[in-house]
Design a protein around this ligand. Structure first.
Ligand SMILES: [Zn+2]
Length: 623
């Protein structure tokens, strides 16, 4: 699974003049009509500036140079300045009785930045420059290993795709991730893990300053800190949102604990108790993924004995000589089968599908709507494998969502909440079932139910393994933003949370000379993360609802809505609402429910849960 940034074009800026500022000596009392005119103008301005910032950011991420960084930072700074300025002006209306629509837009205006800037222009520029430089540093990060294979060095800011000079080979993250999928030598995995985490320490002082400046901006807008601001984005008070996440985690945690115990047992068999403590935490470098957030790459190590999933999608794609472009066409085809219009011609002309050989790009997959209407694009350095087959569905889910709500007013051109945006493409990918594989002609015969445990285990290694990681990233950041965790404890608190939630341990000694959080894209690029935890649950809830609409009666994990226009129409009915209503109203349109309901995920994995409990008899559960 890939967790990607999606780009909502930012919004407005410039100044808005009001009667009160037009030279009268006395400021007239605000009126609701004035508030409405204000917010409509703000909407137009932010849409325009947002599109400009989005275009500059596209160029920066596709051609990382000092100049494009500067241009992107300037555009972002202008946008940020406008939001701060408008948010401050909007305070004038806060005690007025306003139409629901106007007050909702004013609230969205206040919440529209993930890094709110101080009003002081110098500090605002500093903030945006830091933000862009960390994003770029991440994109340029390299792991350099001696070609002879003795000891690793790291060159965090080395430019150029590969430096072949001497006996050192430097690799970008895409290449490193690819090796980690199949490498099973703990020593080599450790070198890659350490090499990548060495890109982050230079960001540490900038990150601390970033926290300071964005907190100042959040306070000026009336929030306690940036974390409280992020948590205010869910149509409920911030404290209630924290409690809601805890409620959800408690419901799914037993499934995670069973999966963790089972995987640990199998890794002990593979690597021995000296490498993997049989009752303890799993070392983070052995799970087939740099962040131990998705364990599906180690499926071959933990597969049920004598299992038969019937097919291996990676092998099928490679055997069929599938191209990057073909991969994207498969994704688009699923959406059109539901009744959605094909992607625009410009999507195919302007997207990035292949990692360029001649320059640095931010390869982290992302989906864009550059003009906030129909200039849809993706940027993915596609690998021909099962993981990216899913990633493409994920990213296209963003694009089809973006287009579905493009008739909404500017402030509402977004998802019901940010978890919805992340969930749509994954919902579709849940319909990539054996039946769908047969529809595509990838397999001749749908495997029987005896292969289900294998399929579910593979899926759980992706979706269930992710849950605690999806939760802990922002648990960490909320503490950092609130000051509960001081810069001197950044790394220590990071590992306390990873240990506690994931039951995963650092594979090498760590200290405050390290800055492991920024070796994760969403920290370096300041993308809020709770959305991915929510999305992991929403997608099963959406999937269950769509399967019921399609009239499906069998086990949830075998359902595919491929080709079902009724399901597509109901999905679209929710998507086209954008952010115009509180998310429970929108959830209800699709599912008939107003709360996040983890029971859909538990239902999907119920046969696996039963199987895991049998496998884990006599094992310690937990760490
Ligand atoms: Zn995404």
């Amino acid at each position: 699974m890939s967790f990607s940034g999606y780009r909502r074009a930012p919004a407005i800026a410039m100044l808005v003049l009001f009667a009160g500022a037009m030279g009268r000596t006395q400021v007239a009392a605000p009126t609701a009509a004035e508030a409405q005119a204000f917010i409509e103008q703000a909407e137009r301005q932010l849409l325009d500036l947002g599109n400009k910032a989005s275009r500059a950011s596209w160029v920066q991420e596709n051609f990382i140079t000092d100049d494009t960084e500067g241009i992107a930072a300037d555009a972002q700074s202008e946008y940020t300045a406008a939001v701060s300025d408008l948010a401050e002006k909007a305070n004038r209306y806060k005690d007025l009785q306003l139409p629901a629509d106007t007050s909702r837009k004013i609230q969205l205006l206040r919440l529209s930045l993930s890094a709110p800037a101080p009003n002081n222009p110098a500090e605002r520029d500093e903030l945006t420059r830091i933000a862009v430089s960390m994003d770029s540093d991440y994109g340029k990060g390299k792991v350099c290993l001696p070609a002879s294979g003795e000891a690793a060095t790291s060159k965090p800011n080395l430019s150029g795709a590969t430096r072949a000079a001497g006996s050192v080979k430097c690799m970008g993250l895409t290449e490193v991730e690819q090796i980690m999928q199949t490498e099973r030598d703990p020593q080599k995995l450790l070198e890659l893990w350490k090499g990548w985490h060495a890109i982050a320490p230079p960001m540490r002082p900038r990150y601390a300053r970033f926290v300071e400046l964005s907190n100042k901006g959040a306070k000026e807008m009336g929030f306690k800190d940036v974390g409280a601001m992020w948590r205010s984005n869910y149509d409920m008070p911030p404290e209630q949102f924290s409690a809601e996440l805890e409620r959800l985690w408690i419901q799914v945690r037993p499934l995670y604990l069973q999966l963790h115990a089972y995987v640990r047992k199998r890794l002990v068999q593979k690597y021995g108790p000296a490498v993997v403590p049989p009752q303890g935490m799993i070392p983070a470098h052995l799970l087939g993924n740099m962040w131990a957030q998705d364990w599906s790459n180690i499926y071959p190590l933990v597969a049920p004995p004598a299992s038969n999933t019937g097919y291996d999608l990676t092998q099928i794609l490679q055997a069929r000589k599938t191209s990057e472009l073909d991969m994207v066409h498969y994704g688009e085809h699923f959406f059109t089968s539901l009744g959605f219009a094909p992607l625009p011609k410009t999507f195919w002309e302007r997207s990035l599908f292949r990692k360029p050989a001649d320059r640095d790009v931010v390869c982290h997959p992302s989906a864009w709507d550059v003009d906030s209407v129909e200039d849809l694009r993706v940027k993915i350095c596609i690998k021909i494998d099962a993981e990216d087959f899913t990633t493409i569905h994920h990213e296209l889910g963003h694009n089809f969502y973006q287009r579905a709500y493009n008739q909404q007013p500017g402030f509402y051109r977004d998802s019901a909440n940010d978890g919805f945006h992340e969930a749509i493409g994954d919902t579709i990918a849940l319909s990539v079932t054996p039946d769908y594989m047969k529809d595509l002609g990838f397999i001749n015969k749908v495997p029987g139910a005896d292969g289900d445990i294998a399929l579910l285990l593979k899926k759980a290694l992706e979706k269930v393994a992710f849950l605690p990681f999806g939760l802990m990233i922002d648990e960490w950041r909320w503490r950092v933003f609130s000051g509960e965790v001081a810069p001197a404890d950044y790394n220590k608190s990071w590992w306390e949370l990873r240990n506690g939630y994931q039951g995963v341990s650092a594979p090498a000694p760590r200290s405050e000379a390290d800055f492991d959080p920024a070796a994760k894209y969403h920290v370096a690029a300041n993308v809020p993360y709770a959305r991915y935890f929510l999305a992991a649950l929403y997608q099963f809830q959406f999937h269950r609802a769509l399967c019921r609409i399609a009239g499906y009666k069998g086990p949830l994990h075998r359902c595919s809505i491929y080709g079902n226009k009724a399901a597509g129409a109901r999905l679209n009915a929710m998507l086209e609402m954008g952010k115009s209503k509180p998310w429970p109203d929108e959830l209800e349109v699709l599912t008939g429910q107003r709360d996040i309901d983890p029971s859909a995920m538990l239902e999907y994995f119920a046969p696996l849960m039963k199987w895991l409990e049998e496998q884990n008899k006599g094992e310690k559960i937990g760490w």
